[in-house]
Design a protein. Structure first.
Length: 51
């Protein structure tokens, strides 16, 4: 399981991955960096409309 930064919400569940406990922190960081927020999506839509 991959949790959010506070560790309160499960973001992803990855079944049958060897050594997942060892790479969980690294996966969490990658997912947090690449996560798209609602605000970012709205900004991108506004930019597309302006063109």
């Amino acid at each position: 399981m991959v949790y959010n930064a506070t560790g309160t919400k499960e973001l992803r569940r990855i079944p049958h991955v060897m050594f997942l406990p060892f790479i969980r922190k690294r996966l969490n960081r990658i997912l947090e960096k690449t996560a798209i927020t609602a605000g970012q999506m709205e900004e991108e839509e506004e930019d597309d409309e302006d063109m």
